[in-house]
Design a protein around this ligand. Structure first.
Ligand code: PRP
Ligand code: URA
Length: 213
């Protein structure tokens, strides 16, 4: 798996404000949205395009357009929803599939409670959105869904990742023979005893949308 940690002062600045415990939800949502658009620029470096002719007001020339089938963007509910608009801003014609997953906070295992993806993903490039890669259970399961349906190129975009999660993905996906990459705004130190990223930003879903139960 190819891992890219974005190194840009604007990304670091926005991430620092996002981490701050005093940042309120509206500001958190806006920053998450802005960060994704910046990360998407890097994450879509290999998006497939095909040649096309174009006539400018001055002359005929050659350009490119996004290939068919269009890329599929897959936010992992709940927190991944906070990254969808930022991604769509960069690829407005992408299709969107949804995965609902929640981590059991005792076992730290991910459970899938919703799935709305095209049945056949043969030849599709997929972009999975989830702000946090902690133990890696959620992202590993999400990527497995896409691989089983035939996706042939998968990029995960996260705001923060923990080394433990990256290791888990690398081991879970060792036998997968399609290109898989991770683009993240930050690689943090470790997980704490509750499976939270340290220093992290807390519970991304709660900070975006409020505390449930
Ligand atoms: C959070 C986060 C990831 C997952 C990461 O979701 O958005 O999906 O935890 O943890 P993992 O790498 O250990 O699997 P959560 O389960 O809190 O659900 P939510 O998005 O509905 O808040
Ligand atoms: N999920 C979160 O929202 N934050 C973490 O630090 C770990 C998992």
């Amino acid at each position: 798996m190819q891992v890219h940690v974005a190194d840009h002062p604007l990304i670091s600045h926005k991430l620092t404000v996002l981490r701050d415990r005093t940042t309120d939800s509206p500001t958190f949502r806006r920053l998450a949205d802005e960060l994704v658009t910046l990360l998407a620029y890097e994450a879509t470096r290999d998006v497939r395009v095909e040649p096309v002719d174009v006539t400018t007001p001055v002359a005929d020339t050659h350009g490119v357009r996004l290939s068919e089938p269009r890329p599929l963007v897959v936010p992992i509910l709940r927190a991944g929803l906070g990254m969808l608009e930022g991604m769509q801003r960069l690829i407005p014609t992408a299709e969107v599939g949804f995965l609902g997953m929640v981590r059991n906070e005792e076992t730290l295992e991910a459970v899938t409670y919703a799935e709305r993806l095209p049945e056949d993903l043969t030849g599709r490039q997929c972009y999975v959105l989830d702000p946090m890669l902690a133990t890696g259970g959620s992202l590993s399961m999400a990527i497995d869904f896409l691989v089983q349906r035939g996706a042939d190129h998968i990029t995960a975009i996260t705001l923060l990742a923990a080394p433990e999660g990256v290791q888990r993905l690398e081991s879970d996906l060792a036998d997968v023979d399609i290109p898989i990459s991770l683009v993240t705004a930050g690689m943090d130190e470790r997980l704490d005893e509750n499976g939270y990223i340290v220093p992290g930003l807390g519970d991304a879903g709660d900070r975006l949308y409020g505390v449930v139960d």
